[in-house]
Design a protein around this ligand. Structure first.
Ligand SMILES: C[S@@+](CC[C@H](N)C(=O)[O-])C[C@H]1O[C@@H](n2cnc3c(N)ncnc32)[C@H](O)[C@@H]1O
Length: 340
């Protein structure tokens, strides 16, 4: 039985996917998950039989979407780990990614990562993307707080198992394991997430605006879970160093700028109107702009409906839990906005 794998994505909707999909206006059809992140909503949609298009500005999310959304049957086996790479290739790659030394990992660890990156380049098709997803998983597991913008002196401190135990009663020894151990540990979990829902699902790596421009066909629903202002929203800082390893950084609109968010969202909605019958937006009562601000803006373009659910977000590294009301804002686009 397939299952969404362990990804650990900041701001994910893992615990809410059933509720989100239950409230979708269509029970089948094509859905574009425009800010797919760790693909939790895309994956739930795939499980329910939709044709899913997953898009994100970050390459690390694109590789995930390739591996577990677009990919319907390819898995990795032990032979895939025996690919030979020459010393010369590894040394060259190590040079290229030396910027990670004493920033995310110790120098010998960056050497190991360089070898894995070389191996990934020798794999083809979805095998490559599964391997790249596992490299991502290993990279994240090795960093305290699971994000790439923790200062190096903090990383060193928290990776000291005695310090960690004395201070937090947890050794967190997994930060100090080689990358390959994490890859093997997660291999079955990722392989088991691959399944066929008999749809032609697709992964994209575009800025949201670009994505809509490029979308050639009309879809049934565009789902948006954008990075809201004043939340943990620095996705480029959290995960962008992965993209740098592969030289895959793209330019994209920074949605989270407080004073521009609503303007940006409206511009994006205007682009989406001719391309979709419904636009579904995730928000919660703690974020700005408020639910009313967003639904007022949307009501110019069709009928707006709001669904609510109480939800407890676990705040990383804090004992307290944050109760919020999770909201889905559903816009049924006025037919006059549809192009024929
Ligand atoms: C709140 S997260 C999505 C979380 C996702 N729903 C999940 O469950 O994992 C927002 C995502 O938007 C992406 N993003 C930010 N600005 C973007 C842009 N201009 N175009 C496309 N994606 C963008 C970020 O990389 C991030 O993955």
């Amino acid at each position: 039985m397939n299952k969404y794998p362990k990804i650990n994505y900041i701001g994910n909707k893992n615990k809410l996917t059933d509720w989100i999909v239950d409230n979708f206006p269509y029970k089948k059809g094509t859905v574009l998950d425009l800010f797919c992140g760790g693909c939790s909503v895309s994956y739930a949609l795939k499980e329910r039989g939709y044709r899913v298009y997953s898009n994100d500005a970050l390459y690390s999310n694109y590789v995930l979407a390739k591996a577990i959304i677009e990919n319907n049957h390819v898995i990795l086996n032990n032979d895939d780990f025996n690919i030979g790479v020459s010393k010369k290739e590894i040394i060259q790659k190590h040079e290229e990614i030396r910027f990670l030394e004493n920033r995310l990992y110790f120098p010998n660890e960056v050497g190991e990562l360089a070898e894995l990156v070389c191996k990934s380049a020798k794999l083809e098709g979805y095998k490559k993307y599964l391997f790249l997803s596992l490299i991502r998983r290993a990279m994240i597991r090795k960093i305290p707080y699971s994000r790439m913008n923790v200062p190096w002196n903090q990383i060193v401190k928290l990776r000291d198992e005695d310090y960690s135990y004395a201070k937090y009663k947890r050794r967190r020894a997994y930060h100090n394991l080689p990358f390959i151990d994490h890859i093997y540990e997660n291999l079955d979990n990722y392989n088991n997430s691959v399944f066929d829902n008999k749809q032609d699902n697709k992964a994209f790596n575009n800025d949201a605006f670009e994505m809509i421009d490029q979308l050639e066909e009309k879809v049934d629903v565009i789902y948006m879970d954008p990075p809201y202002p004043a939340t943990m929203n620095k996705y480029g800082d959290f995960y962008g160093l992965y993209d740098s390893i592969f030289n895959k950084e793209i330019n994209y609109i920074n949605f989270s700028e407080n004073n521009k968010f609503l303007d940006n969202l409206e511009k994006l909605i205007l682009k989406c109107l001719p391309k979709s019958k419904y636009i579904v937006i995730s928000e919660n009562n703690k974020t700005k702009p408020s639910i009313n601000d967003i639904s007022d803006m949307l009501s110019k373009y069709g009928k707006v409906e709001i669904k609510e659910k109480r939800h407890q977000y676990k705040v990383t590294n804090k004992e307290n839990k944050n109760e919020t009301i999770e909201v889905l804002i559903i816009l049924q686009v006025k037919t006059s906005n549809h192009s024929s």
